[in-house]
Design a protein around this ligand. Structure first.
Ligand SMILES: Cc1ccc2cc(C(N)=O)cc(O)c2n1
Length: 315
């Protein structure tokens, strides 16, 4: 049974995280049903990372509160090249450095979530909330196929909290609104609201039908493994553990490098499968991040460079 669970999780990972299916759907469905039958016959030998556990049987009655081990940070916003320039100058002043490297990545327009893994097993998910306290959405997050129920790789940390964004792809959003319209239900205003609404469902079978996605962008608590030396290496490591990490990221130098990244992403924004509302720059070396620290809840070492709000898309 355990081997069948591992085998199925491998196919789920290939399909949902690598976008590279390894077996035909019919074969996958047959294996899934076989595992369900085996678990029904031997319930005590089912394992916690079984893909059959992704959709909860009974709806929950309310969402419990979760106090984040480490607060979930917000970001300072920038809107112009001058804002990026002054960000770079403030960083170089704080580090007494000539030039510094920035990890640049997309700013997904979804909602921030913290995933907790203990000995590699997914145990809890919470919304950002006010940064200090969020809502327990474990049952609903378990239905997001791209989120592994068990991490894989050589070094599995004792505790790992992954921060990332839950989102709905533009195509899934359009299909959902068509279903809403056909059912005479209210349509969602944008993919972000649709993702948030899908996570607030008390019945996880509804969440499971919404095809939510997830991209990691950082970590909170980490025990039993060393933190990599830079943000870019941290994201590489999360990818090796089996967590979804976007490839649309780069390490650039100085304000010029950040602005070139912003312009490149801006040119390709309409063609992305999901909505973004900007890009995020982070001083890459974690030692430098520690030196710069935070002001209130926003780090001095990061900046969100926003795009102008997209004109209402013509129907
Ligand atoms: C520290 C921090 C806080 C919020 C974030 C949010 C996003 C995002 N919305 O994609 C990406 C990041 O790298 C973030 N980083």
């Amino acid at each position: 049974m355990a081997w069948l669970t591992t085998e199925l999780n491998r196919h789920i990972y290939a399909y949902h995280v690598l976008d590279a299916p390894t077996i035909p759907d019919a074969e996958y469905d047959r294996m899934f049903r076989e595992l369900q039958d085996l678990e029904a016959a031997h319930p005590d030998s089912a394992t916690q990372d079984s893909p059959t556990f992704r959709v909860g049987a009974t709806p929950i009655s309310e969402f419990k509160q979760v106090i984040h081990t480490l607060p979930m940070l917000s970001l300072n916003n920038g809107f112009s090249p001058e804002d990026v320039d002054s960000f770079d100058r403030a960083v170089r002043k704080g580090l007494i450095a000539e030039q510094t490297e920035y990890a640049s990545e997309l700013k997904f327009d979804g909602l921030a979530i913290s995933l907790r893994y203990e000995d590699g097993v997914f145990v809890r998910a919470a919304t950002r909330g006010d940064g200090a306290t969020g809502e327990d959405v474990t049952v609903n997050i378990r239905t997001v196929r791209a989120i592994p129920l068990r991490l894989h790789g050589a070094i599995i940390p004792r505790v790992l909290e992954v921060r990332g964004e839950v989102l709905m792809y533009k195509l899934d959003f359009a299909k959902l609104n068509m279903r809403q319209r056909d059912a005479g239900l209210k349509e969602f205003a944008n993919p972000r609201n649709a993702a948030a609404g899908s996570l607030r469902q008390l019945d996880s079978r509804i969440t499971a039908a919404r095809n939510l996605r997830f991209f990691s962008y950082g970590v909170g608590a980490l025990e039993g493994a060393d933190m990599p030396e830079s943000h870019s290496k941290l994201l590489d490591w999360l990818g090796q553990l089996g967590l979804p990490v976007s490839n649309e990221r780069a390490v650039v130098t100085g304000a010029a490098g950040m602005l070139a990244f912003y312009t490149d992403i801006g040119n390709r924004r309409a063609g992305l499968a999901y909505e973004i509302d900007g890009v995020v720059y982070k001083v890459n070396r974690l030692e430098h991040q520690r030196q710069l620290g935070f002001v209130s809840r926003a780090p001095r070492f990061a900046l969100a460079h926003k795009f102008p709000a997209e004109e209402a898309l013509t129907q």
